[in-house]
Design a protein around this ligand. Structure first.
Ligand code: NAD
Length: 367
């Protein structure tokens, strides 16, 4: 899916790093290699104006290194804007480990990765993302303090995914209010793509509210498990983008809204947890707008997780985490109205606010 953005042959034609289409004046890109553990990772630090670059580590079997680089460039940039719009004093960073999390992730590899994180002296702080568990962050913690999302028993805030899901649920409700005139999701049909840590928790919120939930995943075991637990239907068709649903919630990987899918989409609202849902932000954001599909910007509504891990650094409590996460509802409504008033895409409206916060801080810092 990551390769949907641009194909590998085109990526190879560009200059290897600074010439990549997803390169956006990133401050630092670190390639990490360790023969003994088999670690091959890339850490991307996009921007540190607001604070240290915080963002999760993704372990994924990329088709090639270009895809991994492209992913870390896009993901780390997204983190900059996520923290900025959420009002956190954090910059944007992310890491990818190339490999299969099921078969190639070992404690030694995670600790070696932690040592690379440590060598950056806190410019980058890691956390979990796809392919990672809280236990992996606990291993990283053994070699560096620059990690969040560690177990509550070890003084951390635990797995951020349920909070991310709650924030997505809030953002989805706001988008529903905007599109349908009511935030109540009872009887609304919601297609959740990817029922991992965040997706499952989102399914729980949705079924509790009486939404009609359809789930899809590449992992058949998870599908059976989640379907039985929450009485959700498993998608059985062969083109989920053409499915008549009220809401599409991308909760797997990015770039699912792309040239191939965008014109088929029948959903009226898009609100999900996946990072970088729009393959090409301006282009695909504009097409959604023309088609009257309300897009709740991913980096705005999936910020619950970063709010949760930030609590570990700032020491605020669960009540404050929930208050900040619930506020995603208000911010989403504001952004959707702002986009309409200013005749810009919802993604652009959110980016403008995030970018102006960074610019203002830059000016203050240079005084
Ligand atoms: P996860 O690894 O627990 O779950 C991802 C799920 O997506 C897995 O079940 C996987 O099988 C499935 N999947 C992968 N490719 C798929 C495809 N083509 N079609 C359908 N399903 C597919 O990851 P997660 O922590 O739940 O994160 C999900 C998304 O949300 C990611 O994009 C992540 O970057 C983003 N996100 C997560 C958090 C968090 O707190 N975990 C915070 C912000 C954003």
């Amino acid at each position: 899916m990551v390769s949907d953005i641009i194909n590998a042959n085109d990526l190879k034609k560009m200059d290897p790093v600074f010439g990549q289409v997803s390169f956006d004046n990133h401050e630092q890109i670190v390639f990490c290699n360790d023969k003994d553990t088999g670690l091959k990772a890339i850490i991307g630090i996009h921007n540190t104006v607001l604070g240290p670059a915080l963002g999760g580590t993704r372990m994924w079997q990329y088709n090639n290194e270009w895809e991994a680089l492209n992913d870390v460039l896009r993901l780390s940039r997204g983190m900059t804007f996520k923290s900025a719009i959420t009002g956190l004093n954090l910059g944007g960073g992310k890491a990818v480990i190339i490999g299969d999390a099921k078969t190639q992730k070992t404690p030694e590899l995670m600790k070696r990765f932690g040592e690379f994180v440590h060598s950056l002296s806190g410019r980058y702080i890691t956390a979990e993302d796809v392919g990672m568990e809280t236990a992996d962050m606990d291993l990283v913690r053994e070699v560096t303090p620059y990690v969040t999302g560690i177990s509550e028993s070890k003084g951390g805030a635990g797995n951020p995914s349920p909070i991310t899901a709650y924030g997505v649920f809030m953002g989805m409700k706001a988008a529903a209010k905007y599109k349908f005139g009511s935030e109540i999701l009872e009887d609304r049909t919601v297609l959740v793509q990817g029922i991992g840590h965040v997706g499952e928790s989102l399914v729980e919120h949705l079924t509790n509210e009486g939404a009609k939930v359809i789930i899809t995943d590449i992992n058949q075991e998870r599908l059976q498990e989640v379907s039985q637990k929450y009485d959700a239907s498993i998608y059985t068709g062969n083109d989920l983008f053409s499915e008549e649903v009220d809401i599409y919630a991308p909760c797997a990987l990015g770039a699912t809204i792309n040239d191939d899918t965008i014109n088929k989409l029948k959903a009226k609202v898009i609100a999900g947890a996946a990072n970088n849902q729009l393959a090409i932000e301006e282009k695909h954001g504009a097409i959604l707008q023309e088609r009257g599909i309300v897009y709740a910007p991913d980096f705005l509504i999936n910020a619950g997780g970063i709010i949760n891990v930030y609590a570990e650094l700032e020491g605020y409590d669960k009540k404050e985490i929930m208050r900040k996460t619930e506020n995603i509802y208000n911010t989403t409504l504001e952004i959707l109205s702002n986009a309409e008033t200013n005749k810009i895409t919802t993604n652009r409206a959110a980016l403008n606010i995030a970018q102006s916060r960074i610019e203002n801080r830059k000016k203050e810092n240079s005084k």
